[in-house]
Unconditional design. Structure first.
Length: 528
């Protein structure tokens, strides 16, 4: 006999019933059973999160999104620590250099020269204000502060930057754009049933008004929405700093309150306690001064804190104390440091970046390694965007005749790379020694170690070759000895000059001949 269908009920429960009771099997509403996770049990000790499960775009709709953007922008504009956080993040994520790698020296030189020309503000930016490296930094800053930024590829080969808050649904003429169902326009992005973008509703800022006016719809095939995404079905990016906005705001206000409190405490300099009344004590009178008995505003002790050192000849039983406010207090400073530390984690920045004295070399090195791993995925996003823009712009350059491909070389044969500028060395001697040891042990290569420093090893070799040829022409001998790092070679080899190699070989041969002569003498003596 088939059982009755099980009816789910939300009465008194927060999860699915894995072991329904008899009443539940009969369809009678009842509470949930078998919930094994303490995280879903709420007993009033903490705030209960909303039980709804929504997409990130529903969690942060149009107006709240604008409010969040305004909050992060205000912190970046006015709070030095927040601005430093974002700048430090940009230093590690948004600095790249272009290198052509077709293998054809002449073609590589031509492509490099073209990108140097294209990187000028007048050639890549429609406004003519920003170079390509600065645009890349601004794109990363916009997606860090606002969540995303729209990058529009124009027909003339330039790149239009559209700030994220200018993409919105409000004020969009859906009928004129022939959008039958406006519900598929999510926070200014028109998507299909698969969630793929069809177009972006771009608005403009009139110089005479603080609001936005609809400008046009930009087809998605010509633009890229560059942002931070944490969920698969997320359409608009959300700033990673959003989790630290309240903490940064509280810290910012706490600084102001602590400063006000410290200023107020400076008004109170000294406290004088008298053992007896003024009538029983002697009053000090000076020429031209009012008597304290006649003038109640006159203090018995005449003290001027602005005249340098103060010497008080106190009556017996009287006492003078300097008021010390101890502001800001040690507890406030420690708590503020913790708040700053928590805020830095929104961008994965270690606290040792903010306070260099926070830890020793080993701690700073480990923190740097961990941060570099977290920055790698963010760098990958920037590199993928640059690769896409490079493919588009080189295609236009080849089509327009700005770049001439050699015979037998097609556009698909072009190769390039966007290399990060690298990370400054904490301890150059130790880290270079470690790189040499890794290369000699077969665990790394010259190319990989050079990339860590933002250096192209092939360009470096060409530079060294040019320097050596020039030095030889001038009769200058360049030494390449590295005695400090030679011991890191696991094969116990040394990095020395050719002349030193010849000298050591001769010394070894002479030593071997001496040993052989001694052995012959010993052998002849034993046979006599």
């Amino acid at each position: 006999m088939p059982s009755k269908p099980f009816t789910f009920s939300a009465i008194g429960g927060t999860g699915f019933d894995t072991k329904p009771g008899r009443k539940a099997m009969e369809g009678v509403p009842t509470g949930w059973y078998g919930v094994g996770y303490d995280a879903v049990h709420h007993v009033g000790k903490r705030a209960t999160p909303l039980s709804r499960v929504l997409s990130e775009d529903q969690e942060l709709r149009q107006l709240p999104r604008r409010q969040l953007i305004t909050s992060v922008r205000d912190l970046n504009r006015n709070f030095a620590i927040a601005a430093w956080m974002i700048r430090s993040h940009l230093n590690y994520v948004s600095t790249f250099s272009f290198r052509s790698k077709t293998g054809d020296t002449g073609l590589d030189r031509e492509i490099q020269e073209f990108f140097r020309w294209y990187s000028l503000p007048s050639n890549c930016d429609p406004s003519g204000r920003h170079s390509l490296p600065r645009l890349v930094r601004m794109w990363e800053e916009q997606r860090t502060v606002c969540g995303d930024v729209l990058i529009n590829r124009l027909a003339d080969g330039r790149i239009q930057t559209i700030e994220g808050d200018r993409v919105q649904s409000m004020g969009t003429p859906f009928a004129d754009l022939k959008i039958e169902d406006p519900r598929w326009v999510i926070n200014g992005v028109w998507v299909n049933t698969n969630g793929r973008a069809i177009g972006y509703m771009v608005h403009k800022r009139p110089p005479w008004w603080t609001g936005l006016l609809f400008d046009r719809m930009v087809p998605a095939r010509f633009a890229d929405l560059f942002g931070y995404f944490t969920r698969y079905d997320q359409v608009r990016g959300i700033s990673p700093v959003s989790s630290a906005v309240n903490t940064l705001r509280d810290t910012y206000e706490g600084f102001d309150y602590a400063l006000v409190k410290a200023k107020i405490s400076q008004f109170f300099a000294m406290l004088i306690t008298r053992q007896r009344s003024e009538q029983l004590g002697e009053v000090e009178e000076r020429e031209g001064e009012a008597e304290p008995d006649a003038d109640h505003g006159k203090s018995k002790y005449d003290i001027d804190m602005g005249r340098g050192g103060v010497l008080l000849d106190m009556d017996p039983g009287d006492e003078a104390k300097v008021i010390e406010s101890e502001q800001p207090s040690t507890q406030f400073q420690e708590f503020t440091s913790m708040m700053i530390m928590v805020s830095l984690k929104s961008l994965d920045l270690p606290y040792s970046f903010f306070d260099e004295s926070h830890t020793n070399y080993a701690g700073s090195r480990m923190a740097g390694v961990q941060y570099w791993a977290s920055a790698a995925i963010k760098q990958l996003d920037v590199r993928m965007l640059l690769d896409k823009l490079t493919k588009w712009r080189l295609g236009l350059a080849v089509a327009d005749g700005d770049i001439t491909l050699p015979k037998g070389v097609g556009f698909r044969d072009l190769r390039w790379s966007w290399d990060h500028s690298g990370v400054p060395l904490y301890d150059p001697l130790k880290e270079i020694s470690a790189s040499i040891a890794a290369i000699n042990a077969g665990l790394s290569s010259h190319e990989r170690e050079a990339k860590k420093l933002g250096v192209d090893v092939y360009e470096l070799i060409d530079e060294i070759d040019r320097v050596r040829k020039y030095a030889a022409a001038k009769g200058v001998v360049l030494s390449t000895a590295l005695p400090a790092t030679a011991n890191d070679d696991p094969n116990k080899s040394t990095t020395i000059t050719e002349d030193q190699n010849v000298t050591e070989d001769a010394q070894r041969d002479a030593l071997a001949m001496d040993i052989l002569r001694e052995a012959n003498r010993a052998f002849e003596g034993s046979t006599r």
